[in-house]
Design a protein around this ligand. Structure first.
Ligand code: MN
Length: 255
């Protein structure tokens, strides 16, 4: 399983998509813009075990802000949203106000529609992300992807009910490994974040859940089997929150 993957952006996207359909019981394809969501939904043969969701990545709001209305419209038709969020790093400081306006509109819309599951980018912006979610208590469920905040931000996110999607690349740094050890084990699901996330110079593939499980096992001091089991149980619970029962019934390895 993979709860955060930019499947449409691999150089050989159609092949990777086909292979993910074959090898994964579930893959969440997060898009980076409303137009990319529309294009991917058209270009890829629908599969019952791939969820394609509309998003607006905070790193590209400067060129895509005018697509917000389209995004708000798309949100009505899907059970989950992503990738959305805020990026507070200096590179994107110039667009931070626009990022906030867009993220706020998305979260408000999700609340208005009775709740959605969101895959959220929160680099150097955890506090603002959590504050925004707090303003809309019925927004649904937040999955913070590749969490890079501080320990106290992690505690705050946990207290607010956030989930965490974690991939192999999180373990490339000492700080990532330290955070992984502190994650609430009952709210962690696997992700690849490929093709952006890399492992030994290669894009992480959507079927890397066993790699993530082995790394988490090390961080948690449990066996790989036990970490795999935890990830599977969590994944099933999160899929139920996405309210897509047709995605739950496939066993591992189902086509
Ligand atoms: Mn991503």
């Amino acid at each position: 399983m993979d709860f955060h993957c930019h499947l449409d952006l691999y150089p050989n996207a159609r092949e990777v998509y086909k292979e993910a359909c074959r090898r994964n019981s579930f893959t969440w394809l997060v898009t980076t813009s409303p137009k990319a969501f529309a294009a991917s939904s058209r270009a890829l043969v629908p599969s019952s075990n791939v969820l394609i969701t509309p998003g607006l990545h905070p790193e590209i709001v400067h060129e895509r802000a005018q697509e917000l209305d389209l995004l708000l419209e798309q949100i009505t038709t899907v059970p989950a949203i992503g990738e959305v969020g805020l990026d507070g790093s200096s590179r994107f400081q110039a667009t931070y106000d626009v990022q906030r306006r867009i993220f706020s509109a998305v979260v408000a819309r999700c609340e208005c529609l009775g709740g959605r599951v969101l895959s959220i980018h929160s680099r150097q912006a955890v506090k603002d992300v959590l504050a925004e979610l707090n303003l809309h208590p019925q927004f649904g469920t937040a999955v913070l992807h590749w969490f890079t905040g501080t320990s106290s931000e992690l505690k705050a996110a946990e207290a607010q009910g956030c989930w965490f999607s974690v991939g192999p690349a999180m373990f490339n740094s000492n700080s990532g490994r330290a955070l992984a050890a502190k994650l609430p084990r009952e709210r962690v699901v696997p992700e690849s974040d490929g093709p952006f996330a890399k492992l030994e110079g290669q894009p992480v593939m959507p079927w890397s859940m066993d790699v993530t499980a082995a790394l988490l096992a090390d961080a948690w001091g449990v066996t790989s089997d036990s970490a795999m089991n935890i990830l599977e149980q969590n994944s099933i619970r999160l899929l139920k929150l996405i309210q897509a029962p047709q995605l739950v019934k496939h066993g591992p390895g189902a086509p």
